[in-house]
Design a protein around this ligand. Structure first.
Ligand SMILES: [Zn+2]
Length: 416
């Protein structure tokens, strides 16, 4: 187990100092950055993020001759476009937005015959981001075109329910549009039809079992954010649910909390006894993000406590030997940002800074020494390993004082 992650030897908390006293204060064992005043650290991270952004653009767009093979947000060109969109929100630099639009247009051509329908791995992500960009630019004709395309997306009846390829992955794109363009951009009626299917499917498989909702993907009852309960519950909590549906979502989360491992980590699937993975896709990190969402939406203390407990596992075992959002340190860092946003407790902000500074200071060297995974898609958003696109977004998020932290935007973050 220990070989999946670095032991976390960073101090539990290092207070931020004022500029005047910083040089006299002892520095943290692992990072001199951690005691810096927040604004100074934010500036450092922002500079680094913009350098990374440029590298990602060169590698995934410039060097490919501006041709798109993989259009998805997960591993493909839309991930680069999304990074530029996030960069624009910080820089307000029109050239970021222009480049983002060019890449999205190329993704649109590449995705035209794709049967995939979700935000992260399908056409809905392309149409949704394209529509938001057109709206930003005040181009009503283009906005109309992409919204029409989005509304024409048909969901096959045998679609799974999970986030990467299934129904809630489509609903997530609807939420993204309604959040960025305005309520009812995608109508409640349209979303309700998909919610109905998702709830029906969950109740059918639960079959009056101990957990009110249950889902399957490729024959397995997953619990994590990417393919299972955590991702599905997260998106459902953004929908207008009926009272009995709310009870089923709460009951499902309670079932998960009650059946976590003795270590506090969460199984990757129903009945699994292997307490190994502490990833966004499988294990405590994705579940924590969902529990934070539950605490926000329902206000129940039990969800807040469970989120804090699961976050502890991420602090101890989440310093993975990979970088990206799906199964790397970047994705795990969002757990602390989410807990900080929920509680206002600076100890969580510290933990986010600690994970980000670990990556910022050590990742390149550890990869060069073969102690951290180099990966096959080093510039992608979700599986990035070295100069990760996701890491770039994470740095931007931290550098912006968490202004646009928003699990919904990427989920994945669900929580981007
Ligand atoms: Zn993963």
């Amino acid at each position: 187990m220990a070989d999946r992650f670095f032991p976390n030897e960073m101090p539990n908390f290092v207070p931020e100092t004022s500029i005047a006293v910083a040089p006299q204060e002892p520095t943290a064992k692992d990072s001199e950055l951690l005691s810096l005043p927040y604004a100074t650290l934010a500036d450092t991270l922002k500079r680094s993020a913009f350098v990374l952004k440029q590298t990602v653009v060169n590698e995934t767009w410039g060097l490919s001759g501006k041709r798109v093979q993989d259009y998805t947000l997960y591993t493909g060109a839309l991930g680069t476009a999304y990074l530029l969109f996030k960069a624009y929100q910080v820089s307000k630099n029109d050239s970021d937005l222009k480049l983002c639009s060019d890449i999205v247009k190329a993704c649109d051509s590449a995705a035209r015959d794709s049967g995939r329908v979700t935000f992260i791995c399908g056409r809905a992500g392309v149409c949704a981001l394209a529509a938001v960009l057109a709206n930003n630019a005040g181009d009503e004709r283009l906005l109309d075109r992409y919204l029409t395309q989005f509304k024409e997306i048909k969901l096959p009846s045998d679609l799974p329910d999970e986030l990467l390829y299934g129904r809630v992955g489509f609903l997530w794109a609807c939420s993204f549009l309604n959040k960025h363009i305005g309520k009812e951009t995608i109508s409640t009626t349209r979303m309700r039809a998909v919610v109905d299917e998702t709830i029906k499917s969950g109740r059918r498989l639960a079959n009056k079992g101990r957990c009110p909702l249950m889902y399957e993907w490729h024959g397995k009852k997953y619990w994590g954010a990417a393919h299972g309960l955590a991702g599905i519950m997260h998106v459902l909590m953004d929908m207008d649910l009926k009272p009995d549906e709310v009870e089923d979502v709460k009951g499902t989360l309670r079932y998960m909390i009650k059946n976590c491992f003795p270590s506090g980590n969460y199984p990757s699937s129903e009945g699994s006894e292997s307490d190994r993975l502490v990833h966004w896709c499988h294990g405590a990190p994705g579940v924590t993000l969902t529990l934070v969402k539950a605490a926000e939406v329902f206000g129940d203390k039990e969800f807040l406590q469970a989120a804090v407990d699961a976050g502890e596992v991420v602090w101890k075992r989440g310093l993975l030997k990979r970088i990206g959002i799906c199964h790397g340190i970047s994705g795990n860092t969002y757990v602390f940002l989410a807990l900080y946003r929920l509680t206002g407790n600076v100890e969580f902000l510290y933990r986010a800074k600690a994970f980000a500074c670990f990556l910022h200071e050590k990742a390149q060297k550890l990869i060069a020494e073969g102690k951290m995974h180099g990966g096959d898609r080093p510039y992608s958003l979700f599986e990035a390993q070295s100069h990760a696109g996701k890491f770039g977004i994470l740095l931007l998020t931290l550098s912006q004082g968490l202004g646009f932290l928003n699990l919904q935007a990427i989920i994945v973050h669900p929580n981007g």
